[in-house]
Design a protein around this ligand. Structure first.
Ligand code: NIG
Ligand code: FE
Length: 413
């Protein structure tokens, strides 16, 4: 008698997945496992078994079955470890101005940029903000994203950041996909003394943990945003409360944000466009994940091949959307894979590890998501392609046919 499972996917042309050890770095970031003509059994939202087609079909019968006729491939769902998904409005005028030469930080100084998005965000009723963000989540699913980290950051004072965290948590509770909320401190409040702000923050950080609003903190360490001294004080408090730390560093200016990442043993550092090689080397030794954003890097015409340099310096690399209205307004993950290969000089195998297991590792979730292994969450992508090498090749196209989240099948139209 065959054992019954909830879902059986069989005749899979290629099951493509990262394999331990994690995080993937140095030479091992090139390794992935490919099972040709495989099958996957799913039960209670988890990967129950994975092996050759013959073996799995001998052992199991699915309540629901998908036959891929040896034409389609399966990958783990993309894990997006860095997004600013919750905001109101858009910034297409700045985008066009910047392409004509205007400077991002200058625009911000004049009340545009992040400040404009803060004003826009709080000009909408909560209901609309939630609806807009749900649309973005669904768009993300259609591009294969099954886990989203979502940062606050458009409150620019503590009360408003709490409101944003509460909304992110509402979305987390209602959504099938995994959502990880992060408190992001983007800019200092305009109308508050810095000491008052730091005191208020000290009072509120334990509340954020206690109410389960977030266990992650991020700071935009940059000229015109948070300086090293203030960031150090905040991170010291956060670390004592066991917040996990991720930081925006070295995006437009290198002000030594990386030293704080090393000092506080951050989980991840994002952008690292200007981080020096000797510091990258330390990040790698400490398994601090480096996250880059191929679309943001393309828009800002940053030097190509940075992904390659980061991997070659020993850092476990992750690639992500950084979805936000200012620097990276796209959720097209297959395009990000293409750009990683074309512009950042990653191999396709490295790009797959960087968009799945290394991102899971950055979120402290590599035991749960990021690869197709027994016992992990059944978060999968079925591509209407017969080789994983075709993912970067079809630039800007989307061949995703089904996305499976926690064992539940969503058809992508
Ligand atoms: O990761 N630069 C800091 N934060 C975002 C941009 C936010 C915005 O421009 O609205 C980033 O690029
Ligand atoms: Fe960001």
């Amino acid at each position: 008698m065959k054992e019954s499972v909830d879902l059986l996917i069989y005749n899979i042309k290629e099951i493509v997945t990262p394999i331990a050890p994690y995080p993937k770095k140095e030479k091992l970031i090139k390794d992935i496992s490919i099972i040709s003509n495989g099958a996957i059994a799913i039960k209670d939202g988890k990967i129950y078994d994975i092996s050759s087609n013959e073996k799995i079909r001998d052992l199991y019968k699915g309540e629901f079955e998908i036959d891929l006729r040896n034409e389609n491939i399966v990958l783990p769902g993309f894990v997006d470890p860095h997004t600013h998904l919750l905001f109101g409005g858009s910034r297409e005028d700045e985008f066009l101005l910047r392409l004509e030469g205007a400077d991002y930080l200058e625009i911000q100084k004049r009340g545009g940029g992040i400040i404009k998005t803060k004003n826009d965000t709080f000009s909408f009723p909560e209901k609309i903000l939630i609806e807009e963000t749900k649309k973005r989540l669904n768009s993300g699913i259609s591009y294969g994203i099954t886990t989203f980290e979502i940062k606050s950051g458009y409150g620019l004072n503590i009360d408003k950041e709490i409101i944003l965290l509460e909304i992110i948590n509402k979305l987390r509770e209602e959504s099938k996909m995994k959502i990880i909320p992060t408190l992001l401190l983007h800019l200092l409040p305009e109308d508050e003394e810095i000491d008052v702000f730091l005191n208020d923050l000290s009072d509120i950080l334990p509340y954020i943990i206690e109410k389960n609003l977030s266990h992650n903190i991020d700071i935009f360490i940059e000229k015109g945003a948070f300086d090293i001294e203030t960031s150090d004080k905040i991170l010291n408090k956060a670390k004592n409360l066991n917040f996990k730390i991720s930081l925006h560093i070295d995006q437009f200016n290198d002000i030594n944000g990386v030293d704080l990442a090393i000092k506080y043993n951050a989980n991840s550092v994002s952008h690292i466009d200007l981080t020096k090689e000797e510091k990258l080397y330390i990040l790698g030794k400490k398994n601090i994940v480096g996250i880059i954003f191929p679309i943001e890097r393309l828009i800002f015409s940053k030097e190509p091949k940075r992904g390659r340099e980061i991997i070659d310096s020993g850092v476990p690399l992750s690639i992500s959307t950084d979805f936000n209205p200012g620097t990276s307004p796209s959720l097209n993950f297959p395009l990000i894979i293409s750009l990683s290969v074309i512009r950042e000089s990653l191999t396709i195998e490295e790009a797959i590890n960087a968009s799945t297991i290394n991102s899971a590792y950055a979120l402290n979730l590599s035991d749960e998501i990021g690869s197709i292994e027994k016992g992990k969450r059944a978060d999968l992508i079925i591509f209407e392609l017969d080789s994983y090498k075709k993912i970067p090749y079809f630039v800007g196209m989307n061949f995703i046919k089904y996305v499976i989240i926690n064992g539940e099948v969503m058809k992508i139209v």
